[in-house]
Design a protein around this ligand. Structure first.
Ligand code: HEC
Ligand code: HEC
Length: 359
């Protein structure tokens, strides 16, 4: 194309643009191609963004054994592409079609002495089923709480809040780097989702769900599965760690939800040989009398991961209780120990009666 004709077609385009602008219809807003720079451009929520009111094609869900994240509260949602179906399995290999998006929002109570306080929303994470695999995106919320902007490099967020005793307090919270998501969200180096599994979802829908009832039954009634699974009551489920189920079931559910994304074959902690899969029923595999692969400071002078009947001699609760970044489990980005989880696991170890480890 000559320079002159290029200039002419440019002028024609300008005229067309002007004409559009003068017409009755406002030019449609075009945020460009995903991933958008702004969270609002995904149209996951309607009304004021901070109200987190899901759009009609976005479903809220919850998990039985959530990941501890330094006191953060979480909102979880997903959106299937139009007509997209879920392939069900009775464990953790649910299949989702390209175009599916998982959305997880992290917020903090500003007054931890008041259950009705206004939370501060900090970040929203997305896992998007793209043609090349699952991609990770992070959006950091502004102080006005009316928009979240996409970031790649993580962020240090300094939170001021009122503690449970009504006193002012501060907390440093780490928003992870986009490249570290796969420390947890990968199996054999392939990105995966972690929460949408039979054991995690086999529970009542969260209060923000328009329809109530068991989530798996609900998804089935909405026709979201390619083939409807059996009734949820006949499917396996985790036991809520904070619930009143049997101690062993609650502790094993907690360890799966918080540790098994790494501690399983194919996970980042797989080479240690320790597997916290809920359905792992060989005690030596989940740490009973197991000598750690790499000893040193991380063992805290203890010899085995789990010493039945003796949490003080067990490495597992020791690594869950420390905040030393070189030793703590799970590894970063969480900075604080989950005292509830560490106690639950200690109580379970104390309740185990055999075998006696030979040392
Ligand atoms: C320390 C491990 C860990 C890291 C690091 C991590 N996640 Fe997750 N994530 C989890 C676990 C475990 C779940 C499921 C349990 C839950 O929702 O509480 C989860 C759930 C999610 C979900 C909901 C869908 C799903 O897989 O269950 C999204 C979206 C998500 N994470 C995005 C991200 C993004 C983006 C990053 C990187 C910025 C990231 N996560 C980093 C452990 C992690
Ligand atoms: C982000 C991945 C990740 C998560 C999540 C994680 N771990 Fe680990 N863990 C590792 C890696 C890698 C090692 C091996 C290196 C080391 O010992 O530090 C390890 C080692 C261990 C060991 C020593 C095991 C052995 O026999 O060698 C224990 C005990 C342990 N982790 C407990 C836990 C517990 C309990 C949780 C959950 C509360 C957890 N880990 C969550 C990655 C993880």
């Amino acid at each position: 194309m000559s320079r002159v004709s290029a200039r002419r077609s440019c002028a024609a385009a300008m005229a067309a643009l002007l004409l559009c602008a003068c017409g009755d219809d406002p030019a449609p807003y075009d945020p460009g191609d995903p991933p958008y720079d702004k969270l609002s451009d995904w149209r996951f929520f309607r009304g004021a963004l901070a109200d987190l009111q899901p759009s009609s094609d976005v479903l809220p869900y919850t998990v039985v054994a959530p990941l501890w994240a330094d006191f953060a509260g979480k909102g979880r949602y997903f959106r299937l592409p139009e007509g997209g179906k879920i392939d069900f399995t009775d464990k953790d290999e649910w299949g989702f079609p390209e175009g599916t998006i998982f959305i997880k929002t992290f917020f903090f109570d500003t007054d931890r002495s008041d259950p009705d306080d206004e939370p501060r929303i900090v970040e929203t994470r997305l896992l998007v089923y793209e043609p090349a695999g699952i991609a990770s995106y992070i959006y950091l919320w502004n102080d006005a709480q009316d928009e979240a902007e996409r970031i790649k490099g993580g962020a240090d967020v300094h939170l001021s809040y009122t503690d449970a005793d009504g006193k002012p307090a501060e907390q440093l919270y780490l928003v992870p780097d986009q490249n570290t998501c796969e420390d947890c969200h990968a199996r054999d180096d392939v990105a995966v989702v972690l929460g949408p599994t039979t054991h995690q979802l086999n529970t009542a829908a969260p209060p923000e769900s328009e329809e109530q009832g068991n989530q798996i039954d609900l998804f089935a009634s909405l026709g979201l599965f390619r083939e409807a699974p059996p009734a949820a009551a006949s499917l396996p489920a985790f036991h809520a760690p904070t619930g009143d189920g049997a101690l062993a079931e609650r502790a094993r559910s907690y360890l799966h939800g918080n540790c098994a994304h790494c501690h399983r074959p194919g996970g980042g902690g797989g080479p240690s040989g320790l597997s916290f899969l809920y359905w792992e029923d060989r005690p030596a595999e989940y740490g009973v009398c197991k000598v750690p692969a790499a000893a040193g400071a991380g063992a805290g002078g203890r010899q085995v991961d789990i010493w039945p009947g003796d949490p003080e001699r067990s490495i597992v609760p020791f690594r869950m209780s420390t905040t030393d970044p070189d030793i703590k489990m799970p590894e970063l980005p969480s900075l604080l120990a989950d005292e509830f989880g560490a106690k639950l696991v200690s109580d379970w170890i104390a309740s185990l009666t055999d075998p006696a480890c030979e040392y």
